[in-house]
Design a binder for this molecule. Structure first.
Ligand SMILES: C[S@@+](CC[C@H](N)C(=O)[O-])C[C@H]1O[C@@H](n2cnc3c(N)ncnc32)[C@H](O)[C@@H]1O
Length: 258
């Protein structure tokens, strides 16, 4: 039976690829690598580097997938993403059927960890649900950008007994920050931390964490807001893309047991 590995490869540092991931990568006949366009070609290159660096007997094939277009005319964000995932499912199904022999092993190399803001497992579920092809699959965890951020800032994400909320820039609000001690924000293209009213909230920010382009800044929002915004925009200008994550820590947030 065909086998698929969904392998977390960490957030951009080849030394943060786990031994389990390296062992799985060495079983693979075909790597399916999604190309998300020119600006993200560094990410595609990183996946190729991982293969070159860690595969002992390089007899594998690489199939590049052009990511389908997300239709902005569809009304809600959720419907847009669902339609986009359906298209991905059809493309992946076709490739698994046509590019992978019955006894071969394929893999998707997932940025960070597959459990966090990544749609590959949802797309795999859709393919299985369609029942057109059959395969076995296994998920190999990777280091997330959140873990890499915490390690580089030398912090724990939570104080003793506190909660952590992980969300996106789109969902960040002053209410959330005033009711949650620790909020981790990902997928934020617009520096949404600017909209948090309490400027004494602390931010631990990182872009390209773990890679040689890494930038780290921390302090209260009052102290760092402008420098983070400037650093992010300069980095985006220079590299054509930027991925950043941050922790907002609000020591005065309301706790249920206080
Ligand atoms: C589509 S999500 C993928 C998250 C990934 N699965 C993970 O485990 O980290 C992309 C977001 O992850 C964050 N991210 C990924 N790699 C990063 C890095 N090296 N440095 C900072 N943030 C990163 C950014 O917030 C980016 O917008």
């Amino acid at each position: 039976m065909r086998k698929l590995y969904i392998i977390g490869i960490g957030p951009g540092n080849p030394e943060q690829v786990t031994i389990q991931a390296i062992k799985a990568i060495n079983q693979v006949d075909v790597f399916f690598i999604t190309n998300k366009g020119e600006t993200k070609s560094d990410l595609t290159q990183f996946r190729k580097e991982i293969c070159e660096r860690y595969i002992d007997e390089p007899s594998y094939r690489t199939i590049e997938i052009i990511d389908p277009w997300r239709d902005p005319t569809i009304d809600s964000y959720t419907s847009q993403v669902e339609a986009w995932h359906q298209q991905r499912a059809l493309i992946y199904e076709d490739l698994i059927k046509n590019e992978l022999q019955e006894d071969e092993c394929g893999a998707f190399l997932i940025w960070g960890d597959p459990s966090l803001y990544d749609s590959t497992l949802r797309v795999i579920d859709q393919i299985i649900g369609r029942g057109q092809i059959h395969f076995d699959y296994e998920v190999i965890p990777g280091i997330t950008s959140i873990q890499a951020l915490a390690a580089r800032h030398k912090i724990t994400l939570n104080g003793i007994g506190e909660s952590i909320c992980i969300t996106t820039g789109r969902q960040l609000s002053t209410d959330l920050v005033s009711s949650t001690e620790n909020v981790v924000v990902m997928l934020d293209g617009t520096c949404s931390f600017k909209n948090v009213l309490d400027k004494e909230v602390e931010i631990y920010w990182g872009a390209y964490v773990g890679s040689d382009k890494e930038i780290l800044l921390s302090g209260t929002l009052a102290e760092t807001l402008e420098s983070i915004e400037a650093a992010r925009s300069a980095a985006r200008e220079k590299n054509g893309w930027v991925m950043d994550t941050y922790l907002l820590r609000n020591p005065s947030a309301r706790r249920l047991d206080k």
